[in-house]
Design a protein around this ligand. Structure first.
Ligand SMILES: [Zn+2]
Length: 235
């Protein structure tokens, strides 16, 4: 069974500032438009998300009028990225990347797993809705990863955790005990799990593969540290 120990811990803020994307800097609080979405490249969007995490870490978040954003996006949305993350309450993509209403799609399942419905959501977000970057965002101290490592079983969660098995198997020669008590092993499996999910998206979807081939989409994996708020991209 899963225990309370699998879902723990706290966070602190620390870090530095960095300039953010030229195309998005014009007006920090203007909602994205079709034209702006079309003008940004996948690399520029990645740069903006990195800058957003730096703003979060340095407590210089944009602090826009969210209701104003609601009104500005009521007629349509032009998000530039999709973040595939875990349901963990400490890793809300919009906050840790300092993004606003209408900026990014967000798909969240325990352990940031990618199943057919997540792939379908990714196809919608990119091919149909114009997002050009997918970030698979794993995180430290992930309860789902710990549960998978310990072979936890509970209702339908059991089958979800089985999706993390390939990441555990990929680390079968890692040093130390292979239980959730070994922090290094948990981190290693979580990192592999994010990488495999990013690779899996392309393997599973011709639609996504075609977009990547045409340089209209970039798919990357990243890890969020729940103790610092810092996001490290795995490139
Ligand atoms: Zn998690």
């Amino acid at each position: 069974m899963l225990s309370r120990r699998h879902f723990c811990c706290a966070g602190v803020l620390a870090g530095t500032t960095a300039p953010f994307g030229r195309a998005l800097a014009a007006d920090q609080c203007t909602a994205l438009t079709r034209e702006r979405q079309a003008a940004l490249s996948p690399d520029e969007i990645l740069k903006e998300l990195k800058a957003g995490n730096e703003r979060f870490l340095s407590q210089t978040m944009r602090n826009c009028d969210l209701l104003g954003q609601v009104r500005a996006t009521a007629g349509g949305q032009f998000p530039v990225a999709l973040v595939i993350g875990c349901i963990d309450s400490r890793v809300p993509p919009e906050l840790v990347f300092d993004q606003r209403i209408g900026d990014i799609f967000s798909a969240r399942l325990a352990g940031n797993i990618v199943d057919d419905d997540v792939v379908g959501s990714a196809e919608f977000a990119t091919r149909l809705a114009g997002a050009k970057l997918i970030v698979v965002l794993g995180h430290s101290e992930c309860g789902a990863v710990k549960g998978a490592i310990d072979g936890a079983e509970l209702g339908k969660l059991t089958q979800l955790l089985h999706r993390i098995t390939p990441a555990i198997e990929a680390n079968r020669t890692a040093p130390g005990e292979h239980t959730s008590k070994n922090k290094d092993f948990v981190q290693q499996v979580a990192t592999t799990n994010a990488r495999l999910a990013a690779q899996g998206l392309q393997q599973e979807s011709q639609v996504l593969r075609d977009l990547v081939t045409r340089n209209e989409l970039r798919i990357v994996a990243a890890m969020h540290d729940v103790a610092s708020g810092r996001i490290t991209f795995l490139e």
